[in-house]
Design a protein around this ligand. Sequence first.
Ligand code: COA
Length: 253
Amino acid sequence: MTDHILIERPETHPGVLVIRFNRPDKKNAITSAMYRAMVAGLHEAGQDASIKAVAFLGTEGCFSAGNDMADFLSFAMSGSSEPPAAVDLLKVLASYGKPLVSGVDGLAIGIGTTLHMHCDMTVASTRSLFKTPFVDLALVPEAASSLLAPRMMGHQRAFALLAAGEGFSAEQAREAGLIWKVVAPEEVEMETLKLAAALAAKPAGALKIARDLVRGSTEEVLARIDAEMLHFSAQLRSAEARAAFEAFMRRGK
Ligand code: COA
């Protein structure tokens, strides 16, 4: 296991399990081990009747800089036909049976942005930045974001985010429907836990039905994750993507 993901059960907020990115020296970039730890945390919460909601949090000033670039590069060079480790997490998120909330303070890049499309309510600080530089890395949108983002925010804003790689401020993300609420940086953690605990305290049966109705077809989302991943995996192995990962690893050196 990795201590880059912390699984917490805050006593102050009963019924809530927190999955926290804890790799601040690398801007909480996500490795394969971290994806596996998150999947394990979600399974644990799913099977524990005392847990009624899951909250994703990062560290001060950073939610996550997205997939670890060194992992991308070694995947690109390995010639592996395995799907990237993120896929398991994405599928669990897309079909998860309990409310998911998230709290962002600062950077939310790549999957650090698209993860929130699977959350039911997201709080972000005023200094947050949501950005998905997929195309600049010679990659393509993932996490069913190509389906979910246009639904949330319409074609033009989804295209700006997912294809043009435009960054969204917290306020733009709220206007686009990507997140629920903008708060001061020091309030993110408490607001997120408060939201999660409030959901955890509601009648679980009714909340599950309401949630399922609002979220709609899981099959469609899972199918889009697979469809995107065919392109994503092929692009990961492309010369143009490898050049982009190498440029990142070399920068400043
Ligand atoms: N994968 C691996 N390491 C990463 C990373 C990532 N996605 N993002 C940041 N890091 C590491 C940096 O390599 C650096 O490590 P070092 O100190 O050992 O050199 C450390 O985190 C701090 O990052 P740095 O770039 O110095 O911070 P910054 O504040 O100048 O910039 C970012 C932050 C997030 C804008 C910049 O790091 C970045 O663009 N990262 C890549 C984001 C990305 O494209 N993710 C994939 C999306 S699909």
